[in-house]
Each structure stands twice: as C-alpha cells, then as structure tokens.
Design a protein around this ligand. Structure first.
Ligand code: GLC
Length: 466
C-alpha cells in the first residue's frame, strides 16, 4: 500500500500545535512498521531546514484562471521521506490565508503524485488546510487521468473549530458548483473533506461522540452525522522511548516509579534555579500548549492569580498563540517574577525539563480532540488537572482503580478552582492517594505504537471498502 500523508505543519519544520507533532510521529512510525508512506507539506519562508532540501521538480500549476510556478523539494529526515511544496502563495502558516493559498497547495499535492514513480493508494489528509483534496480529485483529476481513479482518501480531524471558510466569490475557480463545499453561505474546506473523503476519523473516542452534538460540532455536526458510519476515533499516542524519565539525557537525574520522589524534587530544584524562580517547596504548575481559547486559560485565571498572590504555587507556561493570552502571561510573569516563568514558543528540551520538574499539568480545555502533552506530563509524574472532555476524558481519571489525575465536568471557573485547590492540598498534605495517582500516571499507555497500529487497521478498512 502506498500512502501519501499531507499536513500543513510538521515538527520540526513548522509547528503551531499538536497537529505538527502527530504529523511528525505518525508517518515516521508507520514507515518503521514497513508501510510505504511519504509526507507532503508546504515549504514556508521561515523553515530553518530548507538549505538541506534537494530540488525534485518544478512545475507550472494551473487552477481556474491562475497559474503558479511551483517547486518541489525532497528531504529525508529520521529515515522518513518528505516532499516540500514551494510557491509564492505559501509564505507562512498564518491565520490570514486566502482561499487560493491552500486550495492551490491541494492542487499542487495532487499534481506531483504521478511524478513520484509509484502508484498511490491512499491520501491521508489532516484538518481544513488539506480538505479540498477529495473534491479536487473528483472534479479535476479523476475525470482526466486513470492514475487517480482509485485513490482513496482519509481525513483526520484534529481541530474542528478552524474550518477554512471563504467567500463564495471564489467558486468561479472551481470546475463545477456543488453543495458539498458550502456551509452557511461560505465555501468551507473542512466540510468539503467531511462530505467527500472516503473515511473520516478524529483523535479520540469521546471527541468522536462529542462532535455529533451541537455544542462541539461548530456547525459541522450535521455533516458529521451524515457521515457517522464512516467516522472513527483513534487516540493520539506519544513516543515513550523519546519521553522516558528513566533514560532521558535531558534531565538532571533520571528516575522511575521507585525513585520519582527524589528524582522529581532534584529536577525541580535545578529547573527553578535555572529560571530564577524561588521556593522549591511549592507545587510547580505547568501549562504547555497552544495559547488559544480552546485550552481553558480563561477559567484558570482567577485561581492562578489567587494562588500566586498568596505564594502557594510556582507556574511555568510554555507555548505561543493568541496575542491576548501571550500578553496575559507576560503580565503575570512581570507581576510575580519570583514565581512565574513564561517560555514563549515550543522547545522539546525545555518542555521535557518542565515535565520532569512539575507536579501538576494544567489543561482545563473547553474542548480537546485528543491532547498529547498531558500524556507526556503523566509519564514524568506530573498530574493532569483537566476537564472531562475529548481525549482528556478518555485518559485522565480522578476516581476508580486507575485514578491518575484531577478532573471536573463543567467549563466553569469555580469547578476548576475546586479541583485546583484539591490538587494543591494533596501535595501539601502528602495524601497517600497522591502517591497512588502519580504511580498510575507514570504508567500511562497511549503509545505511538498503539496509535500507528490503529491507523494501519483503518487504512485497511478504507482500502477494502467499495
Ligand atoms: C489539535 C487538538 C489536540 C490534538 C492535536 C493533535 O491540536 O487540539 O487535542 O492532540 O491536534 O491531534
């Protein structure tokens, strides 16, 4: 089976959020398992690796009245083959894209497949940026060339909120008019993918159920309901060889289930020292992720400020995103400089140190398709404080035999505060259940390998469907 994986962001070439991590780890793991799989992604201007890329082909890509010079580059990284698409539209992965930026990228992806020297069985697309591919296949490519006739498509939804909505004036570019790409009077990329891909999946079981409801559906619940027979939920996995507190070279000392108390304490002391934060007896709270509304920052604010004003926690934030949240955390850092550190951006090494040093991991999301960083945090013995939604609900439990963190139900400041304070009291009172939770958390499964196996089954299912 020959698979093409397409994504708008892949770590370390470009990263805005978790999509980049999965787009890096999943295809790589699948190739290690013997699948023939290549990744196609845009080449943005700020890509720091581009000097190493090899020019593969240059083409003039036609679309409607437009034509654009496009260069394709190849690069093999960690034994996986990448194809980068470069043209004047794809300057950056920014929120001000036009209709043409990504529809053209989709045309460019389909246009290069025949030059790869092998047939293509399945195109695995991800999120809105790549969701026009099934429509373009049907309308522009299959009718003209038997090469494309039997190619199947699988759409993975990592983010349902961002859909790629554009004015209907752009319809003039399309080969024909069709209701599948219209939602609420706009051209909608994600809806197009949902309606036309052979199969769809999202990144956890609970989220798969949630998105059929109005609250979580972002107006796409009807389209998803129409496709529910072809909708699956596959939980994201993390690389437990890479993120391993017993062997990682990044940590000050390694630790395991028996030695975590000492190990984490030592890592915390060193980490706080390196950041200039005071008092390593306080619980260290960590937020690590995209700074967006989705992540529940709004309902944490009052609890964080109260705890900081009476100096009962330290707080480290890692991430970037919406300007208002960046400004908020900068201000918090300025106001409580002995207790708050804001690391702007994403960095694997820094994150790992933070996971090992932290006692709690904050992710009280409004919605969370899967979540990935909380799993890594758990592996390092940092207990998640999360809302019961999406992948968080599938992996974090406050009660029962597998209890491994702190959870609450409703998106509400007060409910968050109750579990936040409960978590802090577990820490100070050295509650015996605290030890139990940490032990369970460190044994978190959800590994990359499980995720990859699930995708292999899904690929088979898609290929064997009529
Ligand atoms: C998005 C989702 C997150 C998921 C990631 C990768 O960032 O918000 O829940 O883990 O994509 O699938």
């Amino acid at each position: 089976m020959n698979i093409i994986f397409v994504s708008s962001e892949v770590y370390p070439f470009q990263k805005h959020g978790g999509l980049a991590d999965i787009s890096a780890s999943l295809p790589k793991t699948l190739s290690q398992k013997g699948l023939q799989i290549k990744t196609i992604l845009p080449l943005y201007e700020d890509d720091g690796f581009q000097n190493a890329y090899q020019l593969f082909k240059t083409k003039t890509i036609q679309f409607g009245q437009e034509s654009i010079e496009t260069s394709y580059y190849t690069y093999t990284f960690e034994n996986h083959d990448y194809i980068f698409v470069k043209n004047s539209l794809l300057s950056a992965l920014d929120p001000n894209e036009t209709f043409l930026t990504f529809v053209m990228f989709n045309v460019c992806v389909l246009s290069i497949l025949k030059d790869l020297g092998h047939p293509v069985d399945l195109i695995h697309i991800n999120d809105w940026h790549t969701s026009f591919i099934p429509f373009l296949l049907d309308s522009m490519f299959r009718p003209l060339d038997p090469f494309y006739e039997n190619i199947k498509t699988l759409l993975t939804i990592h983010n349902l909120e961002r859909q790629g909505q554009f004015d209907r004036q752009f319809e003039t570019y399309l080969p024909y008019k069709n209701f599948t790409y219209i939602l609420n009077g706009h051209i909608n990329f994600l809806k197009t993918g949902i309606m036309r891909a052979n199969y769809i999946n999202t990144v956890s079981r609970t989220y798969k159920q949630e998105i059929l409801l109005r609250f979580y559906g972002f107006d796409l619940d009807s389209a998803l309901k129409a496709r529910q027979d072809h909708l699956e939920g596959i939980l994201n996995g993390f690389d437990h060889h890479l993120y391993d507190p017993t062997t990682s070279k990044t940590l000050h000392i390694n630790y395991d289930l028996d030695t975590y108390e000492k190990g984490k304490a030592f890592n915390k002391t060193k980490f706080l020292e390196s950041l200039g934060l005071k008092d390593d007896t306080l619980p260290l709270m960590l937020f690590n992720g995209r700074l967006g509304r989705q992540k529940g920052i709004d309902i944490m604010k009052s609890s964080l400020e109260e705890a900081l004003s009476n100096a009962s926690i330290n707080l480290v934030i890692v991430g970037e995103g919406e300007a208002k949240y960046e400004a908020y955390f900068k201000e918090l850092e300025r106001k409580y400089k002995d207790h708050v550190h804001f690391f702007e951006g994403f960095d694997q090494t820094f994150s790992e140190k933070a996971y090992a040093a932290s006692d709690f991991f904050l992710l009280p999301s409004l919605f969370e398709p899967s979540g990935l960083n909380h799993l890594i945090a758990m592996r390092y013995g940092s207990l998640p404080i999360v809302r019961e939604t999406g992948g968080l609900k599938d992996t974090v439990f406050s009660k029962g035999p597998k209890h491994n963190g702190f959870t609450f139900i409703n998106y509400d400041d007060q409910e968050f505060q109750d579990v936040f304070l409960e978590a802090i009291s577990y820490y100070y009172e050295k509650n015996p259940l605290f030890h139990e939770k940490i032990t369970h958390a460190m044994q978190v499964t959800s590994h990359l390998d499980d995720m990859a196996e699930n995708y292999i089954h899904l690929y088979d299912k898609v290929m064997n469907e009529e």
